[in-house]
Ligand binder design. Structure first.
Ligand SMILES: NC(=O)c1ccc[n+]([C@@H]2O[C@H](COP(=O)([O-])OP(=O)(O)OC[C@H]3O[C@@H](n4cnc5c(N)ncnc54)[C@H](OP(=O)(O)O)[C@@H]3O)[C@@H](O)[C@H]2O)c1
Length: 308
């Protein structure tokens, strides 16, 4: 059964859009591989690619999807608007740019990348509100199939939801999520408001793959640690977007629908100490105010320590 026919392999958003529960992450941090995207779509049944304008790889993703031979309409393409593009006209222009690079007249999912605005802005509430209004309009015009946010905590969501002009509540909130960073209160809040929770850095950017609890569990299930981590996500119906630039790892990471973790092991992973936060808001704020171009890590290497 394909991703859209098999209820285990997709989530149904509140507007009835089917979103594949497992996607492939892409980024400029750690490099980009068109071969990995092509292999995911052509040979691993992957129908969901996550990216962002900031990563500078949208056109390369379009090339890889086209080379896979799978029609674009079957692939759920998700991208994000970076805070320096927030604002009525600039968000529309950023959206158009993403469509052009995807060579598509629509996008499946469009997210506000962070609940931050450039420091020069004196009314952040107003800027975020008019930016969200632009996403609502793009949604009403059927240029995007679902809209959402990323890195929004409860207070950010409350502010958005309390906007008197709000017409569409977010379909998605994409946040850092792995056993060592498990934001239960945000997840509960999202579930109460029918906002699908999506996790990024499911492998903790590769930093948690040698954790002894995970290594031991992987041995018991005869699976890789990456497969255990991805299974922990999808078994909780959290949309999961592991990144790999290596086709063989993409294939391993896609083989997660042929086993399940016991309730006891799910609970064990959910109660690990909260010791790893990869993304720090303060640091991101400095990147928002930083004039580096989209995809700069692809071109200049990565001397900094995370992937935004
Ligand atoms: N909304 C946001 O602010 C935000 C922030 C960060 C990330 N994201 C999204 O989430 C996606 C995933 O997050 P992420 O890339 O930061 O981290 P991640 O998926 O947790 O980890 C990626 C790292 O794990 C390695 N890896 C992947 N599969 C492996 C395997 N089977 N065995 C060993 N190592 C493996 C990769 O290396 P190789 O490439 O060498 O295989 C890479 O270094 C991103 O690509 C992006 O789409 C969103």
């Amino acid at each position: 059964m394909d991703v859209y026919s098999d209820p285990e392999k997709h989530v149904l958003l509140k507007n009835n859009v089917k979103m594949p529960i497992l996607g492939l992450g892409t980024s400029h941090y750690g490099g980009f591989s068109g071969a990995a995207v092509q292999h995911a779509v052509r040979s691993c049944g992957c129908r969901h690619i996550d990216t962002a304008k900031r990563y500078g790889v949208e056109a390369a993703i379009a090339d890889a999807v086209q080379a896979s031979g799978v029609p674009r309409e079957e692939v759920f393409l998700a991208t994000k608007c970076w805070p320096s593009d927030y604002g009525k006209t600039s968000t529309r222009a950023a959206f158009r740019g993403s469509c052009d690079r995807f060579r598509s007249d629509y996008i499946d999912m469009y997210l506000l990348h962070w609940p931050l605005v450039p420091s020069w802005c004196t009314d952040s509430k107003q800027l975020l509100s008019e930016t969200w209004r632009t996403l609502e309009l793009l949604y009403d015009e059927e240029r995007v199939r679902c809209i959402g946010v990323s890195n929004f905590d409860e207070s950010d969501l409350l502010e958005l939801l309390s906007d008197p002009e709000l017409s569409t509540t977010p379909h998605i909130n994409q946040c850092e999520f792995h056993p060592f960073h498990n934001p239960i209160r945000i997840r509960d809040f999202c579930s109460q408001h029918h906002i699908q929770f999506e996790g990024y850095c499911p492998l903790g950017k590769g930093k948690i793959l040698d954790d002894p609890v995970l290594v031991e569990m992987a041995k018991v299930y005869r699976k890789s640690v990456s497969q255990i981590l991805i299974r922990w996500n999808i078994q909780q119906r959290v949309v999961c977007i592991p990144k790999s630039t290596k086709p063989e790892r993409v294939e391993i990471n896609s083989q997660v629908f042929d086993f399940s973790l016991s309730e006891e092991d799910m609970a064990k992973l959910s109660s690990l100490p909260q010791t790893l936060t990869i993304f720090d808001r303060q640091e991101i704020q400095s990147r928002v105010d930083n004039p580096l171009p989209d995809g700069y890590r692809l071109h200049y290497g990565s001397s900094l320590n995370n992937g935004t």
